[in-house]
Design a binder for this molecule. Structure first.
Ligand code: SAM
Ligand code: SF4
Ligand code: SF4
Length: 431
């Protein structure tokens, strides 16, 4: 099927494509741009063209490599140029069965952690990934290059606790110099942050998120099993003054644990210039104490915050970011990640790579794709690229939406199962 200028009309993954409107008629389809990386574009990549008529129209085309090269030439793209040109936006990525691009990758650099948060690692004992399986920084680097060649332009380093990984700034330095990445960030629990802020900045880390659930020392200890609130606050303060492009704070809100701290946590964020993101308590693997009763929904958070601050306005953004953002009457911006009660799977462009090289297309997925094996057995970059592209093209995961639709929602994975399969744990997969 071709249109007037002989460009193949959108036919992405046609045999498996259950619902073409997901791509062709969805205004939400990624209005973002990505940096085009390579003129040598493989067949399975798609260029999707949005012509701008007021707002982004819904025109999308899948084009073959020849046409992609022509687009490149016609619009003067260079390898680094932002492709918003002449009212035409182009992004390139392999698309999954629901038309979602592969743009965001979370790298879990270790499964180890120096806290034991109740909502993530509440058990006494854990099985750990074998050390020999843990990817080296060079292996991460190769894999990131392969992913960026398929559309990934955002990487978040996470864990476990990423700052316990030895020499982490070396990995950050490798990633920070990639022109293919337009966003690089790190999520940390902040325990080791005060000592590492300078090294992280020197390595070129642009953005950082610090998880902080309470401002009460005794609660912190109950919640994490460690008496370390002061260390986190020190790290956060130093980070706020260290010149990052952005510092964020992530707060998991749990009924009866910290739901009375929404206001003080937001006020701390205001004082530090850090955007706070409240996260609904999620029934992910590892959250073995989760119950629906403990979840404070996004609606409830907004109700409580507006009771204190006054009317809250939603920011109208069309992004694949997990947090919906809002403004307080004084202009303060904050976010809510409502994966539990109002999931956003339809726009999800995220996948996760564990420290031992298993790649998960969804936080809730039971199985991942082994990339370490092929990498270590000498598969070349094209082979890896093909494996990743075809795996993503087969993706139809909507884990959080399926959880929402399930009856009698309780913990996702029983403790006994987790003990035999650490990859099912949030702290292995990376939040
Ligand atoms: N250790 C680092 C930290 O805590 O920031 C990074 C890894 S942690 C798994 C990443 C994020 O996942 C944290 O912000 C944490 O609060 C969040 N998280 C873990 N378990 C969660 C749960 N059951 N529900 C919601 N968020 C969770
Ligand atoms: Fe807490 Fe993060 Fe460690 Fe999980 S990985 S126990 S959320 S600090
Ligand atoms: Fe994406 Fe899966 Fe999370 Fe849905 S549940 S937003 S598909 S990672």
């Amino acid at each position: 099927m071709h249109d007037v200028d002989n460009t193949p009309v959108l036919d992405i993954g046609a045999p498996a494509h259950a619902n073409p409107i997901d791509v062709a008629a969805n205004d939400d389809v990624h209005p973002d741009t990505a940096v085009l990386t390579d003129l040598d574009i493989a067949d399975h990549l798609c260029a999707v063209v949005y012509e701008r008529r007021g707002s982004y129209s819904r025109e999308a085309r899948a084009v073959g490599p020849e046409h992609q090269r022509k687009l490149y030439a016609d619009h003067g793209f260079t390898t680094e140029k932002s492709p918003l040109l002449g009212g035409i936006m182009v992004f390139m990525s392999v698309l999954d069965r629901l038309g979602r691009p592969l743009t965001s990758l979370r790298l879990s650099v270790t499964d180890r952690c120096n806290l034991r948060c109740q909502y993530c690692m509440p058990e006494r004992d854990y099985g750990w990934l074998p050390r020999a399986d843990i990817l080296t920084f060079e292996e991460f680097d190769t894999l990131v290059d392969t992913f960026t060649g398929l559309g990934v332009d955002k990487v978040r380093i996470t864990g476990g606790e990423p700052l316990v990984r030895k020499d982490l700034p070396d990995l950050i330095a490798l990633l920070a110099q990639k022109s293919t990445l337009k966003d690089l960030a790190l999520t940390t629990n902040g325990i080791l942050l005060a000592d590492r802020v300078e090294a992280l900045r020197a390595a070129g880390l642009p953005r950082i998120t610090v998880s902080l659930d309470t401002l009460h020392a005794d609660r912190f200890q109950t919640l994490t099993r460690f008496d370390s609130l002061d260390a986190v606050l020190r790290g956060l303060e130093l980070a706020a003054g260290a010149g990052f492009d952005s510092v964020k704070m992530d707060t998991v809100v749990i009924r009866g644990v910290n739901d009375d701290e929404l206001v003080p946590i937001l006020e701390l964020g205001q004082r530090l210039g850090a955007e706070v993101r409240f996260i609904e308590y999620m029934d992910v693997g590892g959250a073995t104490r989760w119950t629906m009763e403990d979840v404070i929904s996004r609606k409830e958070m907004l109700r409580r915050l507006s009771a204190h601050f006054g009317p809250i306005a939603a920011i109208d953004e069309n992004t694949a970011a997990p947090a919906d953002r809002f403004t307080l009457p004084d202009g303060t911006v904050f976010g809510i990640i409502s994966s539990t009660t109002e999931p956003f799977c339809r726009q999800c462009d995220r996948s996760r790579l564990t420290a031992d090289g298993l790649w998960y297309r969804c936080l809730y997925a039971r199985a991942g794709t082994d990339l370490r094996g092929p990498l270590r057995s000498g598969v070349d970059v094209d082979g890896l690229r093909e494996l990743i592209a075809t795996t993503w093209q087969a993706r139809d995961d909507r884990g959080a939406e399926e959880r929402l639709a399930s009856d009698g929602r309780s913990t996702l994975v029983p403790v006994e199962t987790l003990q035999g399969e650490p990859h099912l744990e949030m702290h292995t997969r990376g939040g």
